[in-house]
Design a protein around this ligand. Sequence first.
Ligand code: ZN
Ligand code: ZN
Length: 258
Amino acid sequence: MIIDSHAHLEMERFDEDRENVIKRAVDSGIEIILSVGNAEPEKGSMEKAIELSEKYDFIYTSVGIHPHDAKIFNDKYLHKIIDYCDNPNVIAIGEIGLDFYYDLSPRDAQRGVFRDLLIMAKEKKKPIIIHSRDANRETEEILKEYYKDNEVGGILHCFSGDLKLAEEGINLGLYISFSGVITFKKAEDLRDIARKLDRKWILVETDSPYLAPHPYRGKRNEPSYVIEVAKKLAEVRGESFEEVAKYTSLNFRKLFKM
Ligand SMILES: [Zn+2]
Ligand SMILES: [Zn+2]
C-alpha cells in the first residue's frame, strides 16, 4: 500500500474518466489520496474537492490559494477557507507559498497571501502544504517568521528546492514530498538531495494531472503513477520499493494523525 500525498483530482482534466482514474489508483494499491483543492479557485475547485472527499473515504482534501492565484485573493476566499477548515475531510491548508519561476502573481501579493494563510493555519492548527519554486531563501524566511513554533507541521510539496531549504523545512517540522520530477533525466541535484534525507521526513506524490513521471512523461498524470515515483526513490536511496511505500505511508499518517 502507498499514499499519494498530493493530487488535483477535482480538475476538469479528470471530468471524463475520474471514476476510472480513482479505480485504477485503488487497484494499484493506493490507500489514501490527498487531493489538494485549489488548482482552479474561480471554477470552484475547493468545493469540488470537498465533494470528492465526501464521496470516497480514502480521499482527503485541503484548501488554500496557490501563489499563482495570489492576485485574486480577497476576503471572500479567506472566509471560505476559514469555514471549510471545520470540515473533517479538510486536513490541511494549501497549497500556499511562492512561485518566482512563473511569477503569475506579483511577488508582493504572493508573499502577502502566504503570510496570511500561514497565520490562519497556525490558529486553526492545520498542517500546511507549501508550494515553493525558485524562491528557496524567501520561502525559508517567511516560514521561519510565521510558522516557527507551530504544533502541526506540514509538507514542502513537489520538492524542487536546494538541500538547505529541505533541512530548514525539516527543522520546522515539514516533510519533503518528492514527485515525478525525481524520475526526470536532468534532476540529478534533486536525486542527490533525496539520497541525503532521513527517511523519517520523506513523502511521495504525483501532483497529478501535472508532472507525470517517466515512462509516462508528457501524458496526463494520475495517482496510480505514484508507484513510479516511489520506485525511483527506492533506486536512488538503495532501498526496496516496499520499504519506501511503507515509510512514506507511515510518515503521512503520523503527520495527519491517522
Ligand atoms: Zn504546487
Ligand atoms: Zn499541486
